[in-house]
Design a protein. Structure first.
Length: 319
């Protein structure tokens, strides 16, 4: 028996940094993201075999992170489950900060649920399960514009979709950039920044402002909040014990061009996650101009709209 799923990546508009509970992967504060339409992970889960393959390679880290997902879905029964998991990122690329961990966690969680649990999934409940793989996966699995509530325990920490493209028809020009930095490393040292506690208070407040702006269709406010959140996040990373600088010269070059576009009456706002890749938030009217401008600088770009929740698909051989 086998089943196949697909989940889109996400752009975190208000990002979490660090985890209050590493076992349950519960962040210190809420976070908000929007799914993309141009990047995704496809997963196939087959019973009776064993192994975890990511982009056709054995991946021990993915196997470790998937183990609590399977345990939760089997009711913590301790029974041995033999499943073979295969996932592939589409399109495949060497870039960081695009949200592929979130789409992998969402796709694999839904596929495992389909294989191991009777009945249709409740996405709110499933967001708690996906969180065990990656906190961002809990938002990705519900799709659209979603918010992860960082509660005090497992039951209180879940994600819900609160808006979609009908509220805000956001367009994204995504600029993939490579990096050797692992997101997990940045999360683990964030508490060593002297600005960490101020960040918790600031980000929690920003979530309420961001949700209000999205529901109200206010792109300017959404873009400004995402830029502020991005700069704040990276300031923490740079002031942690390792003084980790994640963005690159290319990142700064793109940010400068986005600001130049905005000075010329183009609606464009930059956003980065824990990586150098840049999301440029814009409108349908301005997306082509933004993309052409960034392409002329020599960078590959992808256009994206507001993506859907994780879903079942027909099994494909290449996955």
């Amino acid at each position: 028996m086998r089943c196949a799923t697909e989940a889109n990546t996400m752009q975190a508009l208000v990002k979490y940094h660090g985890l209050r509970d590493w076992k349950l992967r519960i962040p210190y504060h809420d976070s908000i993201s929007v799914n993309t339409t141009s990047l995704s992970t496809r997963a196939i889960v087959t019973d009776g075999q064993e192994g975890v393959l990511v982009n056709e390679k054995i991946n021990e880290d993915a196997a470790r992170r998937l183990a609590p997902v399977v345990e939760r879905l089997t009711g913590n029964s301790g029974r041995r489950v033999r499943i073979r998991v295969e996932s592939v990122n589409v399109p495949a690329m060497d870039a960081k900060g695009l949200g592929f961990s979130s789409s992998a966690g969402a796709a694999l969680t839904l596929a495992c649920h389909r294989l191991l649990v009777d009945g249709e999934p409740d996405y709110k409940d499933l967001s708690r399960v996906a969180r065990l793989f990656a906190a961002s996966a809990s938002r990705t699995i519900v799709g659209g514009f979603s918010r992860l509530y960082a509660g005090k325990n497992d039951e209180e920490s879940f994600a819900e979709r609160f808006a979609d493209e009908k509220n805000l028809d956001l367009r994204m020009v995504i600029v993939p950039l490579p990096s050797s930095v692992r997101t997990e490393e940045a999360h683990r040292e964030v508490e060593s920044s002297p600005f960490f506690h101020a960040r918790i208070e600031s980000a929690q407040k920003r979530c309420d402002e961001m949700e209000k702006a999205i529901v109200g269709g206010d792109l300017k406010k959404v873009g400004e909040l995402a830029e502020q959140d991005t700069l704040e996040l990276h300031s923490l990373t740079m002031t942690g014990k390792s003084r980790m600088i994640i963005f690159s010269e290319d990142t700064l070059r793109i940010v400068a061009k986005v600001r130049e576009l905005r000075a010329n009456s183009v609606q464009a706002y930059f956003s980065m996650q824990t990586g150098p890749s840049v999301f440029i938030n814009t409108t349908e009217e301005d997306q082509d101009r933004v993309r052409k401008t960034i392409t002329k600088l020599g960078y590959k770009t992808l256009l994206s709209g507001v993506g859907k929740p994780a879903r079942m698909v027909r099994a494909r051989r290449e996955a």
